[in-house]
Every structure is written in structure tokens, then in C-alpha cells.
Design a protein around this ligand. Structure first.
Ligand SMILES: Cc1cc2nc3c(=O)[nH]c(=O)nc-3n(C[C@H](O)[C@H](O)[C@H](O)COP(=O)(O)OP(=O)(O)OC[C@H]3O[C@@H](n4cnc5c(N)ncnc54)[C@H](O)[C@@H]3O)c2cc1C
Length: 391
């Protein structure tokens, strides 16, 4: 067995790329992250971290840092019909009762990850524009003229991955027909609001959700509204707050009161893909949204990207660079068995939340009885499963 560390180049310094870097560094694998932006950063919006990824992040020693910026989500978490009547409780713990669910400001989460990757390991201002490989090495090319050689290149460059075309035939992502309006409010602007609750209102072909972030100082809201035209996929697209408020006129007064406080919001078109046939080609591997973009209706996109990185690190631990092209398909078989299901379930959950059901009683039953589905997500220990699969 070789003792020469594998050299990995990660393209994309988002939640998937940085968490993969942390996982690989833990296994003494040499990592360099290349991010196109001039600094690492995320937009002002929320993201859930669930038990399935939190258990890995805590094992990696990030528990305290996450607890310092996250908002533990728990009591009062409920699903409602559009009039505010209760459908059921939101599951906020795994089957053992461990509440491993944080509402996070995306920038806070990225900050926790970035603080864990040694500075010299991240190169910002590097937009990847090309890739080449031979039997021994992979090379990435950047718009600034730089190039970098590695034993493995990980494309963690999101749903519009520039490297995906080196693995599969290019195809555009699939538009869901929905737009997400998203923003943050100060908790202090919402007297009496349930501070630790994830709350979801469903009806009339759309849904709306609220959860706390940043230690509960901020409230993250998202309105999922059907659109006729495709919405561009950018967090910098300014949403129309009046249009957002009009979409939920006549709903639960608690929700309309919250919307009356909104001064500005962003919007984001929702896209996913069908499972890709291949995630790797030789020494190039797709990870996170580049491999398996999913609709956000289970809040699992980033969580699955985090699982990817920890699983990959276990598959590569103590391996020789020459083995990479044979390890990657095995890693994909292991991961895609789970992510194919998550992609499909995220779509189905969107149908539930958006009330795309003939029978609302059936919708209510499925939403209220989600414990089994949630347990499948939350109880999963990717570290243990990958250790078995990689043996
Ligand atoms: C409305 C909404 C709500 C969501 N809520 C949740 C949630 O609660 N929980 C959850 O787990 N997931 C959620 N998601 C999904 C989650 O945001 C994504 O799955 C996750 O961000 C994917 O991470 P990634 O690192 O793979 O890709 P990205 O976050 O897209 O990061 C890609 C990175 O690569 C960089 N990059 C791109 N191209 C290049 C290039 N050519 N060269 C160099 N760098 C490049 C980008 O600048 C970026 O930093 C939500 C998504 C949406 C739309």
C-alpha cells in the first residue's frame, strides 16, 4: 500500500466542496480548493443541517462551532393547512430522539467550514474552464491562466457544473415550474413568534415555510410559488415582495402578518435533474449538486453533498493514486443508491407540500405520518455505511 498522499483538486468552494475538503484532510489526503469568486461567501438565506450530516460534522470536531451559530430547531414545529389549522408535527429528531437539526444562515455554515480548511488550501479567484487527464494525472485549467495537476479532480461546482460535460452528455437541468421567494427577518420584529419552530403552511398549489437561523436571532422564510416562466437561478435576483405577499393573501393571519414585515427578498428558480448515469470519468468525480441536484423540498441537497464528501474520504483513505479510477465507480454505486431515492423523494414531497393531490385528506395523512421517511434520512450513518462498503 502506498504512503504517498493522494493529491486532490476540488473545484468549487461551496458547502459541498468545503465539507469534502474537511473530510479528505481528516484522512490525510492532500487537498486544494479552487473557487471562482474572489472570496468564499454565501448569500443571506437559510439552510437546514439534519442529523444525517450533523453526526459526521460533529465527529469531525465541528460541533461546538456549529452550535455557536446555528439555531436548534424543535418545539412547536408543525405543518398547517393554508388557514392555519394543524396537520401534524414536523419530525425534528432521529429515531433515538437525538435532536440534530439546526437552522443555519448559509454564510455562517460556510464560515464554519472555511475556518476548518487551512488558508493555503483554498485559492479564490480561480474559475475552472477546462479539464484534461491521462493515465497518471488530471489537470484543471482556470480562466486566469493558472493550471493545476492532481491525482483526482472533484467537481463540486454546483448544478451548472462546468466539469460535468467531461463525465456525461451535457443537458440542461429540469425546471420544476416553481420559484422560491426567500429572505430573512429579525426575530425581534416578530413578537411572540415560535423561536425554535420549523413551520410549514400548505395549500392552493404552493407552500410557505419558516425556521430560525443564527442562534434564533433571524427568521428564514421561503415561499414556493408556481410560475409560468422560468426563473433564473441566482440568489442576487431581487424578488417582488408585493407579488410574494399577494401569493398568500387570505392565508393564516400569522403568515400574512409575517409577510407584512418583508421589505425585500430574493427569488430562485427551482431545478433538478434525473439521476446521472455516471458521476466519474477516470480521475474526475462529480460531487454534490454537480452530481445529484435535487429540489429543496426535503432540505437535503447540502446534507447529501456533505454525506458525499465523508463517504468519499473513507473510500480513498490509505489508497494509492493509481486505484482512483476503479474506486470512483464503487463510490458512485454506494452513494447513488441513496441519492437517487432522495432526488425522487424530494420531488414527491414537493407534490405533498404544494398540495398537488386530488385528495387533501391523503396529503394530510402522508405529511402527518412522515416519521418513517424522516427516520430513513436522519438515522443514516454514512461513516459506518461507507466503511462497510469500502472494505
Ligand atoms: C430554495 C432552496 C432551499 C434549500 N434549502 C436547503 C436546506 O435546507 N438543506 C439542504 O441541505 N439543502 C438545501 N438546498 C440545496 C443546497 O443549497 C444545495 O444542494 C447545496 O448548496 C449544493 O452544494 P454544492 O457545494 O454542491 O453546490 P453550490 O452550493 O452551488 O456551490 C458551488 C460552488 O462552486 C463555485 N463554482 C461554480 N462554478 C465554478 C467554476 N467554474 N470554477 C470554480 N468555482 C466554481 C460556486 O461559486 C460555488 O461556490 C436548498 C436549495 C434551494 C434552491
Amino acid at each position: 500500500m502506498s504512503t504517498t498522499p493522494i493529491r486532490v483538486a476540488i473545484v468549487g468552494g461551496g458547502l459541498g466542496g468545503l465539507s469534502a475538503a474537511i473530510a479528505l484532510l481528516q484522512q490525510n489526503i492532500e487537498v486544494t480548493v479552487f473557487e471562482q469568486a474572489d472570496s468564499l461567501g454565501e448569500v443571506g438565506a437559510g439552510v437546514f443541517i439534519y442529523p444525517n450530516s450533523l453526526r459526521m460534522l460533529e465527529r469531525a470536531g465541528l460541533g461546538e462551532a456549529l452550535a455557536a451559530v446555528g439555531a436548534k430547531v424543535g418545539p412547536g414545529s408543525e405543518y398547517y393547512r393554508m388557514d392555519g389549522s394543524v396537520v401534524g408535527n414536523v419530525v425534528t429528531a432521529d429515531s433515538s430522539g437525538w435532536n440534530g437539526m439546526y437552522g443555519m444562515h448559509r454564510a455562517d455554515l460556510l464560515g464554519v467550514f472555511a475556518a476548518r480548511v487551512p488558508q493555503g488550501r483554498v485559492r479564490t479567484g480561480h474559475r475552472c474552464v477546462g479539464f484534461a487527464q491521462d493515465e497518471r494525472t488530471a489537470t484543471v485549467h482556470f480562466a486566469n491562466g493558472a493550471r493545476f495537476e492532481a491525482d483526482l479532480v472533484i467537481a463540486a461546482d454546483g448544478i451548472h457544473s462546468s466539469l460535468q460535460k467531461y463525465v456525461v452528455e451535457p443537458s440542461p437541468p429540469i425546471y420544476s415550474g416553481f420559484r422560491a421567494y426567500r429572505g430573512l427577518l429579525a426575530m425581534s420584529d416578530l413578537p411572540g413568534w415560535r423561536e425554535r419552530a420549523h413551520q410549514v403552511w400548505m395549500g392552493d398549489g404552493k407552500h410557505f415555510m419558516v425556521f430560525p437561523v443564527r442562534r434564533g436571532e433571524l427568521v428564514n422564510y421561503v415561499g414556493f410559488v408556481p410560475t409560468k416562466s422560468q426563473t433564473i437561478e441566482s440568489w442576487s435576483a431581487i424578488g417582488d415582495r408585493d407579488e410574494l405577499a399577494a401569493s398568500y393573501a387570505g392565508w393564516d393571519p400569522r403568515l400574512t402578518a409575517l409577510l407584512s414585515k418583508v421589505r425585500n427578498c430574493f427569488w430562485w428558480g427551482l431545478y433538478d435533474r434525473k439521476p446521472l448515469a455516471n458521476w466519474s470519468n477516470g480521475r474526475l468525480l462529480l460531487l454534490g449538486d454537480a452530481a445529484h441536484p435535487m429540489l429543496p423540498h426535503l432540505g437535503q441537497g447540502a446534507n447529501q453533498a456533505i454525506e458525499d464528501g465523508f463517504a468519499l474520504a473513507i473510500f480513498l483513505a490509505r489508497r494509492d493514486a493509481a486505484e482512483i479510477p476503479t474506486i470512483l465507480p464503487r463510490y458512485q454505486a454506494f452513494r447513488s443508491a441513496r441519492t437517487d431515492i432522495v432526488q425522487a423523494e424530494a420531488r414527491r414531497n414537493g407534490q405533498r407540500y404544494n398540495s398537488q393531490y386530488e385528495s387533501l385528506e391523503q396529503r394530510d395523512r402522508e405529511v402527518a405520518n412522515a416519521a418513517e421517511l424522516r427516520a430513513w434520512f436522519y438515522d443514516y450513518d454514512v461513516g459506518a455505511a461507507a466503511t462497510l462498503a469500502a472494505a
